[in-house]
Design a protein around this ligand. Structure first.
Ligand code: ATP
Ligand code: MG
Length: 364
């Protein structure tokens, strides 16, 4: 198999700081595990705007379409607040997602034991938690037409349309079932089939895909509001949750915060398989560019490092190596190393971004 290729887009704010630690991990795999990656690096967001006057250069877009996986840091910052909408840093990321057609957004909520007391929930509710939310990312109410603010009689009306085609539901359902087979073999599909037509179709299509091709995976259906309640009450009942764009936006944020800091949360966005069988893929931490702490060496690099671990697992089929990275993170946390975002009131001295990266390398 040819050398796997990675495009690294550090972006803005703390993006370059956390990405520098990921590069150490990538280099470690080349040197110590004989797993070299062909790495290219480019600009996105405000950094790209500063150089090219656009948040994503066409050459960068083209490169993103060629590589096996894109790894992104974060985009945005107050410096760009007054830019025209089409030039804003976030547009660079949205263009990547749209042109790569990344329809399945994977957000794990995983609780490292050492941080279980950090959650707002009781330890036994979250300790050992390992669930995955698959959110449909390219359709639904955020995109459906008609949309807009219209005049109706003598007042205005704000309109959005929830719209899903069978094929859009089918492809995200397949992603969820494939994923479940690599995990706990269980999928819970969430919608509001009791009050929404799109929910009725969603439930029907997910069930049909299951019965035809994934009967070995345990499937259940839940109304999204009940699902939100269950997610907070006893999240360990779930393995993979598959849901639409709007519900997934809300449920994945809620699930993520079961486990502590934004600085811990990775994500993957996957599209259709390429010629080599690998899905188009973009990996990024859930957090943003954190302008309040940028340039201070305070950022937690774990979310970005765990995003690379997801790349190992989902783009390169290196599940064991991904686990190796996750175990290294777990060990460092168990040893008591904490960046500032992971500290409570207990007076531990925080480590810097690069000290955290070095500790993870040592644990590897
Ligand atoms: P965006 O709109 O880009 O999502 P945001 O304003 O929602 O950005 P973040 O940039 O993610 O949010 O930051 C939210 C808060 O979390 C900030 O106070 C930031 O300092 C903190 N934070 C985010 N990421 C990290 C990290 N990796 N390490 C430490 N603190 C972080
Ligand atoms: Mg945000």
């Amino acid at each position: 198999m040819s050398t796997p290729s990675l495009l690294i887009l550090p972006g803005d704010g703390i993006g370059p700081e956390v990405m520098a630690e990921v590069v150490k991990v990538i280099d470690w795999f080349g040197a110590k595990r004989d797993l070299p990656f062909e790495v290219s690096e480019d600009l996105v967001g405000g950094a790209a705007y500063d150089k090219h006057g656009t948040p994503l250069h066409d050459d960068t877009m083209a490169r993103a379409q060629e590589v096996d996986a894109v790894l992104l840091g974060a985009v945005g910052g107050p410096k760009y607040d007054d830019l025209d909408f089409s030039l804003k840093p976030e547009r660079g990321l949205l263009r990547l997602r749209k042109e790569m057609d990344l329809f399945a957004n994977l957000r794990p909520a995983q609780c490292f034991d050492a941080l279980a007391d950090f959650s707002s929930l009781k330890r036994d509710v979250v300790a050992g938690l390992d669930i995955m939310i698959v959110r449909e990312l390219t359709s639904g109410i955020y995109f459906g037409e008609p949309r807009g603010i219209f005049k109706e009689g003598n007042e205005r009306v704000g309109v959005n349309t929830q719209r899903y085609t069978e094929s859009e539901i089918e492809r995200v359902a397949r992603s969820a079932f494939e994923l479940a087979r690599k995990r706990g073999n269980k999928v819970c599909s969430m919608e509001k089939a009791n009050v929404m037509e799109s929910g009725i179709l969603w439930r029907e299509v997910v069930q049909k895909v299951h019965d035809a091709d994934y009967a070995d995976v345990e499937l259940s259906h839940m109304y999204a509001d009940a699902g939100a309640m269950q997610l907070c009450r006893w999240p360990k009942q779930f393995d993979v949750i598959v849901t639409d764009n709007l519900f997934g936006d809300i449920l994945s944020d809620a699930a993520a915060m079961l486990t502590g800091s934004l600085g811990m949360l990775p994500s993957a966005s996957l599209g259709a398989p390429m010629e080599n069988g690998r899905p188009k893929a973009l990996y990024e931490p859930v957090h943003g560019s954190a302008p309040d702490i940028a340039g201070q060496g305070k950022a937690n690099p774990i979310a970005c490092i765990l995003s690379f671990a997801m790349a190992l697992r989902y783009s390169f089929d290196l599940g064991e190596e991904a686990t190796r990275v996750e175990k290294a993170v777990e060990k460092v946390l168990a040893d008591g190393k904490r960046t500032a975002d992971l500290l409570g009131e207990d007076g531990i001295e925080p480590v810097s971004t690069s000290e955290m990266g070095d500790a993870i390398l040592a644990a590897l």
